[in-house]
Design a binder for this molecule. Structure first.
Ligand SMILES: C[S@@+](CC[C@H](N)C(=O)[O-])C[C@H]1O[C@@H](n2cnc3c(N)ncnc32)[C@H](O)[C@@H]1O
Length: 299
């Protein structure tokens, strides 16, 4: 098991065992089209497959982790504690302190010839580990706008975690597309785990601001079409979502189970606490792996 490098809203660590218990005992390759922090991928450390997210800067980050882990660690080691010592030689006239200066750099990164994907990845890791709650939230102009978190000793270097994640990602293809791309890369016997932004329980209850363009009910319906298409291709699918999607998945012919879980990140304080979460799959109970199988090598 590899520890995820980033904190990510909707991280799946709480329901990991419930999810994995619905995976088939045997499968070929593993794909995860709504990757975020990749808690399930890193738990499994699969040998082969594809990961994807529409968040371009996030997928640049994982490419750097996979391809340039040592260089990335060097970049990140260069950052300072978020509340100390702004660089006196730089002109950050409107920045309040070091954290906000790095946030500013992240948002104003040069996109032309000078664009350095390694520095952008370093900034993302630094901000993720020092911002409020590890949220990744963009405003309508696509700028990262999360305030500083209150950590005494934030750990933004994550050397060990970056090196282990890099190993886990070595044979993984990394995409930055809409989730539906996955129908073009799967083969029969593969598994795809989908963890979309959750359909809100009420209009304001859930956190869905992962990207500037959001994910609406039409996207949820599109996702069901993709699940059915994959099912017809003999691909295993597992999807997690908020409990409000339960009937839709059942009507589409999937096995469904409801779980009560507590969500730790929610933009609306009244939405905190236990919410129902649904896990739907085409893996029949007889095909599932045993609860005691923790790692792929146990299969
Ligand atoms: C619930 S989070 C995934 C959390 C992840 N499973 C974890 O453990 O951290 C949903 C992710 O879907 C991404 N996303 C939103 N719309 C998408 C789309 N149309 N296609 C692919 N990814 C999308 C978001 O950027 C976000 O990272």
């Amino acid at each position: 098991m590899v520890v995820p490098v980033l904190k990510w809203a909707g991280g799946k660590r709480e329901i990991l065992d419930d999810l994995l218990a619905r995976f088939p005992a045997n499968f070929y390759r593993y794909h995860e089209p709504f990757f975020g922090g990749g808690a399930v991928f890193f738990e499994l450390s699969p040998k082969d497959g594809a990961i994807n997210d529409t968040n371009t800067r996030l997928m640049n980050f994982y490419r750097q982790v996979r391809d340039n882990p040592k260089e990335l660690i060097e970049v990140v080691k260069g950052f300072k504690h978020p509340r100390s010592d702004p660089d006196p030689d730089r002109d950050y006239s409107d920045a309040k302190n070091y954290y906000y200066q790095q946030r500013e750099l992240f948002n104003r990164r040069p996109r032309g010839e000078d664009f350095d994907p390694l520095v952008e990845a370093g900034l993302l890791l630094y901000l993720n580990r020092t911002c409020f709650n590890g949220l990744f939230r963009l405003n309508s102009s696509g700028e990262f706008n999360v305030p500083i978190g209150s950590y005494k000793n934030p750990d933004w270097v994550r050397e060990q975690e970056v090196l282990e994640a890099s190993k886990a990602l070595q044979d993984t293809r990394i995409f930055n597309r809409d989730f539906s791309f996955v129908v073009d890369v799967v083969e029969s016997g593969d598994i795809v785990y989908f963890d979309p932004p959750y359909e809100p329980v009420s209009a304001t209850a859930n956190f869905t601001d992962y990207s500037a363009d959001g994910f609406d009910f039409d996207d949820q319906v599109r996702l069901i079409d993709v699940l059915q298409e994959l099912d017809e291709m003999d691909v295993f699918v597992v999807v997690s979502n908020s409990g409000v999607m339960r009937d839709r998945y059942e009507d589409a012919g999937f096995y469904v189970d409801l779980k009560g879980v507590s969500r730790s990140i929610n933009c609306d304080a009244s939405g905190r606490g236990e919410v129902d979460e649904v896990i739907a799959t085409n893996v029949s109970p007889g095909e599932r792996r045993g609860r005691r199988q923790k790692k792929l090598s146990d299969i």
